[in-house]
Ligand binder design. Structure first.
Ligand SMILES: [Zn+2]
Length: 575
């Protein structure tokens, strides 16, 4: 999600924007696709054969230098980053990890909705015209330049959740094919303030708006509309409005196995209240009803009509994939990943307009390269293969990782575990580690004693209601069923304690996160904590790569069913 762990603790109001300020990826016909021949690994710098702070600093310094122009996908700087990462993987001794290739081209579709579009809702024959931006946002992920929906009946489906392992189905007993589903954000546990429902305050997968659209598409709906409320979404309407304006990025429908809705969007809470009242329904009462087990969907005496025009463009970028083949079970793999892309340059802005992305996420790329170095020099060599994916288009919506999961080099049912690194701590050693989405998988059972040996304790992120676990690349593996760890330093600094840690996080969130000032700074960066994190993440992967264990999700986790199914051989992606 390009949300660093530290600021997750404090500046989480920024959370929603993380994947949305997307740079514009290049046209596939541009020189973007040139190969990387002839790139020096890094001048005369002599790398060590282990996880090493100087090596890490050198990698970050280069990747976040102005010469790489903020690593926008499809820009010359982005291509330079891809070539540099490939050269480093080669220097370390990795092999090409994508069926004999270093690169994986990620085709994508850019959709820009015509924002003069209105949403027409007729309630008991009375028309309501909703305006783009102020009342609603609407878009399509279908790749279709024109979407026409005429008089589609509205149905209130509560939270729009079908969760068999929780025995909860908001779609029970109702057919929504061709209809427009209207639903609440987050999940019943959050709004009911009830720890016995879902996971209480902590957002589950079912609370994420992405899930809600996907479920509505599986049910055959024509459109899905989410009612905004700031506490439930964890951000204000402005964030929704801004992130749904302008270009939106998706994989081409052909590259993505999940069904898609013709149209999806949000309406403001104020508009929803009016529409419900006009339909003879009380929105507050609907919230209460939706929070109760056994909720039944409510057909509204209303219809939706939409004529949505969008500009569609096809573009592409590249993942870089290196592999260390396993010594005894090379067909099975542990995956380390970090997104290489950032926000590029913004030529229209005065002053420094290069978004260097040093913390976000040159640190993560440097991190997986350092871990690769440790694996490459490990004796005995890992039994399973270890895959290192520098993914693209994370900032555009986790697209590089989504494409990889749909087109994996090692089949998903042979992928034992995933460790994702997105924005590392550079403020020094900590007494703690933050596990985003703690309580998810058995990978935490491996991490716990490793962290304890370092004198560190594990804890969850401090705003679990924001659903941070669903906002970075590993999430695409999780959805497919592969247990994924997303962890890093906590905020209790050895030097200065929690106050200093929180101050550092706040400072980063306010002054550097997604800004040109996210730069490498030899004078202030303290890498001893970063090295501890890398040591811990290496150790977790080493355990899985050196064993025949198949870590799973904890009981009750939404992704466990997918894992169980693939491990039982019933299904599983065997591409
Ligand atoms: Zn990031």
């Amino acid at each position: 999600m390009s949300r660093p762990l530290l600021p997750c603790l404090l500046a989480f109001a920024l959370l929603a924007a993380c994947q949305q300020q997307a740079p514009t990826p290049a046209d596939p016909a541009s020189p973007a696709a040139a190969p990387s021949a002839g790139v020096a690994t890094d001048g005369n710098y002599a790398f060590h054969d282990a996880i090493n702070a100087d090596d890490f600093a050198q990698l970050v310094k280069t990747l976040s230098s102005d010469a790489f122009e903020g690593r926008g996908p499809g820009t010359p700087g982005g291509d330079k980053a891809v070539a540099y990462i490939q050269a480093q993987m080669q220097r370390i001794g990795l092999q090409p990890g994508n069926h004999g290739e270093w690169f994986q081209t990620v085709p994508m579709v850019e959709t820009t909705a015509d924002e003069s579009t209105d949403l027409d809702i007729a309630i008991k024959g009375k028309p309501h015209v909703l305006k783009f931006g102020s009342d609603m946002v609407i878009g399509t992920r279908s790749g279709e330049p024109e979407i026409n929906i005429k008089d589609s009946p509205l149905v209130f489906v509560g939270y729009g959740v079908d969760a068999p392992e929780r025995n909860w189905n908001d779609y029970a007993g109702i057919d929504v094919k061709g209809k427009t589903v209207v639903m609440l954000v987050n999940d019943p546990g959050f709004h009911a303030h009830d720890d016995s429902l879902f996971e209480g305050k902590r957002m589950t997968y079912y609370g994420r708006w992405t899930y809600k659209y996907e479920e509505a598409a599986r049910k055959g709906a024509a459109a899905a509309i989410i009612i905004h409320d700031a506490p439930g979404a964890s951000y204000d309407w402005d964030v929704v409005k801004n992130s749904w304006s302008g270009a939106q990025y998706d994989l081409a429908a052909a590259d993505d196995p999940a069904p898609r809705l013709p149209a999806q969007g949000w309406i403001t809470g104020t508009i929803a209240k009016t529409l419900f009242a006009d339909a003879g329904l009380d929105l507050d009462a609907m919230y209460k009803a939706a929070n109760k087990r056994g909720f039944k969907a409510v057909p509204m005496d209303a219809t939706l009509s939409l004529d949505l025009k969008s500009t569609i463009a096809k573009k592409s970028s590249r993942n870089v994939i290196g592999m260390l083949p396993g010594s005894t079970r090379p067909d099975e793999a542990v995956v380390y990943m970090a997104h290489w892309d950032h926000l590029g340059m913004h030529p229209g802005e005065s002053g420094d307009n290069i978004y260097n992305g040093a913390v976000d996420n040159a640190t993560g790329v440097a991190g997986i390269l350092e871990v690769a170095d440790a694996f490459a020099h490990q004796a005995p060599a890992p039994e399973r293969s270890v895959l290192f994916i520098a993914a693209t288009l994370e900032e555009s919506g986790l697209l590089g990782s989504q494409y990889y999961v749909a087109h994996p080099s090692v089949p998903i049912n042979k992928t034992a575990a995933v460790v994702n690194i997105d924005a590392m701590n550079v403020s020094g050693k900590t007494h703690d580690m933050t596990v985003v989405g703690m309580g998810s998988s058995q990978l935490e059972d491996l991490l716990k004693p490793i962290a304890e040996k370092q004198g560190r304790v594990l804890h969850a992120e401090s705003h679990p209601e924001a659903g941070g676990y669903f906002r970075s690349d590993h999430f695409n593996f999780a959805k497919a069923g592969v247990p994924a760890l997303y962890a890093g330093s906590g905020d209790d600094l050895v030097d200065g304690g929690k106050a200093a840690g929180e101050a550092a996080a706040k400072d980063y969130g306010q002054h550097r996160y997604h800004k040109p000032a996210d730069e490498y700074d030899a004078a202030t960066w303290k890498l001893d904590g970063t090295m501890q994190d890398l040591d811990a993440m290496y150790d977790v992967g080493r355990e899985v790569a050196g064993s025949d264990q198949w870590p799973n999700w904890y009981k009750g986790n939404a992704f466990k069913a997918a894992r169980d199914k693939m491990m039982s051989g019933e299904a599983g992606n065997t591409q």
